[in-house]
Design a protein around this ligand. Structure first.
Ligand code: 5GP
Ligand code: MN
Length: 318
């Protein structure tokens, strides 16, 4: 359901907009937030770009990333764009707490499968590799000029969500869009270097600790990342974004699982699959979400019982 025209009508009729994505943002969430924000500013609109968490260190190279705020104050908006995330409680912080009427119309710009949307207008393209692809389509329909900065932001969303143009969501359309962004000023190598070749040394120490926990059975491979490991490696969790790809890289492993301890005593579970398993369905069993090949959820409890429960569910889907 991609109602581009309704989104365009909201943009044309309003003047002050809020844009927000999920907490613990990734390159698609932050890149889409800022790209949409800057595009709207080019149309003469006032924009607040929000994230409840700080922009992770490896995304701080993105143009205007220092303009993303983590507090709202008591401002009111004509519309709120939720990008890459369909639930206000996943945006969390001030946006989750805000009165609905201060947010104006809620517009969902996304590429995730979703079950319960809290949105007034839904612009979701489940075939888009990244939310950034939906944002670009919107700009093309409006005729917004793509500046080199917006091109960089959108190209970053493509790289992150398509695994550098390798995953099954890499379509001819995505590559054509990517070509347009390069012509508009995006530099693939500069972006990849900033994203993947700029890790702090603590990354290796943390990876060593996490790989110690690797285990596999029945086509499932898993690793654990605890708060204790973060402390021991003096690392921040942002550096672990790609760690789940190690268990998935093993021949014969169909589903990879990362169990990550959150500060709150809860566990964040990430799922990745190679081909036939739809991990969205597994995550949805635990009130999570995502896509067929990448999904996640959060569960409260002790690791041993969570592991047994989650791996038991994964086995049912193999
Ligand atoms: P990751 O494992 O990288 O955090 O997330 C993989 C995919 O699943 C992303 O598209 C992300 O937005 C989605 N996802 C991760 N955790 C959750 C969750 O708790 N709820 C929902 N709805 N989606 C999630
Ligand atoms: Mn995304």
């Amino acid at each position: 359901m991609a109602n581009y025209q309704q989104v365009i009508d909201v943009i044309k009729s309003g003047s002050k907009f809020l844009i927000a994505s999920h907490a613990h943002p990734d390159g698609d969430g932050i890149g889409s937030t800022i790209a949409l924000g800057k595009g709207l500013e080019r149309m003469g609109k006032k924009v607040v770009m929000f994230n409840a968490d700080k922009v992770p260190y490896n995304l701080q190279f993105l143009p205007y990333s220092n303009e993303v705020v983590d507090k709202l104050g008591d401002a009111a908006f004509d519309a709120t764009f939720m990008v890459d995330c369909s639930q206000r409680d996943r945006i969390s912080g001030d946006v989750a707490k805000a009165q609905k009427n201060s947010l104006g119309k809620i517009v969902l710009i996304d590429h995730h499968l979703f079950s319960a949307a809290e949105s007034d207008i839904i612009c979701v393209d489940e075939n888009a590799a990244a939310t950034g692809e939906v944002v670009l389509k919107l700009f093309k329909l409006i005729g917004t000029k793509i500046s080199p900065e917006i091109a960089t932001l959108l190209f970053c969303t493509f790289v992150v969500d398509s695994g550098s143009f390798r995953y099954s969501n890499t379509s001819a359309g995505l590559l054509r869009d990517a070509a347009d962004l390069i012509e508009a000023g995006a530099s693939p190598w500069a972006i990849s270097q900033a994203l993947d070749e700029s890790n702090p040394p603590a990354t290796i120490k943390l990876l060593r600790l996490v790989l110690e926990t690797f285990d596999m059975a029945d086509g499932i491979g898993w690793v654990v990342l605890s708060q204790q490991m973060l402390k021991e490696a003096s690392a921040s969790v942002d550096v672990a974004e790609e760690f789940i790809n190690y268990p998935r890289s093993i021949k014969g492993i169909e589903v990879a699982v990362l169990f990550r301890e959150l500060k709150t005593g809860k566990w964040k579970i990430s799922f990745r699959s190679k081909d036939r398993v739809d991990v969205y369905k597994i995550a949805a069993c635990f009130k999570g979400g995502g896509h067929a090949h990448a999904a996640g959820c959060t569960i409260e409890g002790d690791l041993a019982s969570i592991k047994a429960m989650v791996l038991g569910e994964v086995r049912k889907h193999l």
